[in-house]
Design a protein around this ligand. Structure first.
Ligand SMILES: [Ca+2]
Ligand SMILES: [Ca+2]
Length: 335
């Protein structure tokens, strides 16, 4: 099976035909005040910078000036192409942007929500100018997309988005651990700071993963509240094993998850550590198709390690050896 993949993505650039850039869609919600508006625009700018460093496609929704909203000083490049010309509301724009994305590719789609959220005890929403967007809306719009997806909701009351949007192979991050954490959240700022920051490259492999950015940002959130002598009113969660149960940053030792959510059967964090906006030089040498195959095999290794007790020692090591052999073959192909 692997041999066929390797042949398709020969080291001579055949893979480039299929090459597609990852997409990062940043949605900026209703700011409420000019001060918030300026902050949100700044964070969106950091995502845009990361995308240009990492050669990812960047689109922003909710940043262009419309009548009745606070004027924001923005570079034209911050505006998504769709948002110029006759405009629909931001909710429609988001729906259309997602509908226009490739349905089937190994290129990741990142959806980043920056703004305020609400929760009425039943439904969590992200506040847009005009009609809001709910977790159910997003779940519906993302359903046709069969590609790696990361949904990051950095707003207050964002936790319910995690259970609704959790899916196999998908990373979901929220700024809060419950819909009732309703205060303004700092997580979005620290995540935007960390996403392409070399300091956040915790395992020192030359690239900062989404997991590493999540852990770094969560640490800085805690530092912020403790330095201010305030109670921590936001606790970010990450889910990437599709069980809809989030894992907190303090359940990791370094980048290794050590604690499962109650009722969870596997650990979160491994998949999120495979998402990067800015790749290292070494990683860039691997064609995207092979990279996806390598990622799949690496997750198999992790799964095998987690289920070690199910196998005899011989069985375990022969399975492990086979996987490591396949991974080594991929690196050999790309040298
Ligand atoms: Ca790293
Ligand atoms: Ca989980």
């Amino acid at each position: 099976m692997l041999i066929i993949d390797v042949a398709v993505f020969s080291a001579h650039g055949a893979a480039d035909e299929d090459y597609q850039k990852p997409t990062v869609i940043v949605v900026i919600g209703a700011a409420g005040t000019e001060e918030y508006g300026a902050q949100f625009a700044k964070w969106a700018g950091l995502w845009e910078e990361a995308c240009s460093k990492g050669d990812a496609k960047f689109a922003a929704i909710g940043l262009d000036k419309v009548e009745g909203s606070p004027a924001l000083a923005l570079s034209p490049s911050l505006l998504s192409q769709e948002s110029t010309g006759a405009r629909a509301n931001d909710r429609t724009m988001l729906q259309k942007t997602l509908a226009g994305e490739s349905k089937q590719t190994t290129a990741a789609l990142w959806l980043v929500l920056i703004g305020h959220g609400t929760f009425d005890g039943k439904t969590a929403k992200f506040n847009l100018r005009g009609p809001d967007v709910s977790a159910d809306d997003l779940a519906e719009w993302l359903k046709p997309l069969h590609r790696p997806i990361a949904v990051i909701n950095t707003a207050s009351s964002s936790a319910p988005f995690l259970s609704k949007l959790s899916a196999e192979g998908r990373v979901v991050i929220t700024a809060t651990k419950s819909g009732y954490e309703q205060n303004y959240t700092r997580f979005g700022q620290y995540l935007a700071d960390a996403i392409a920051e070399p300091q956040a490259d915790l395992d020192k492999d030359g690239q900062t993963s989404l997991l590493e950015a999540f852990l770094t940002a969560s640490g800085r959130v805690d530092e912020f509240y403790s330095a201010a002598g305030r109670l921590v009113t936001e606790h970010a969660l990450l889910d990437d094993n599709g069980d809809g149960l989030g894992t907190r940053a303090d359940w990791f030792r370094g980048i290794r998850p050590v604690q499962k959510a109650e009722d969870s059967t596997s650990l979160d964090g491994y998949r999120a550590h495979q998402f990067h906006i800015v790749h290292s030089e070494a990683e860039n040498k691997i064609p995207p198709g092979l990279r996806a195959e390598r990622d799949r095999l690496e997750l198999e290794v992790v799964k095998l390690r987690d289920e070690k007790e199910k196998f005899s020692e011989d069985e375990y090591f022969s399975k492990l050896e086979a996987l490591l052999y396949d991974i080594a073959q991929i690196y050999e192909q790309t040298e």
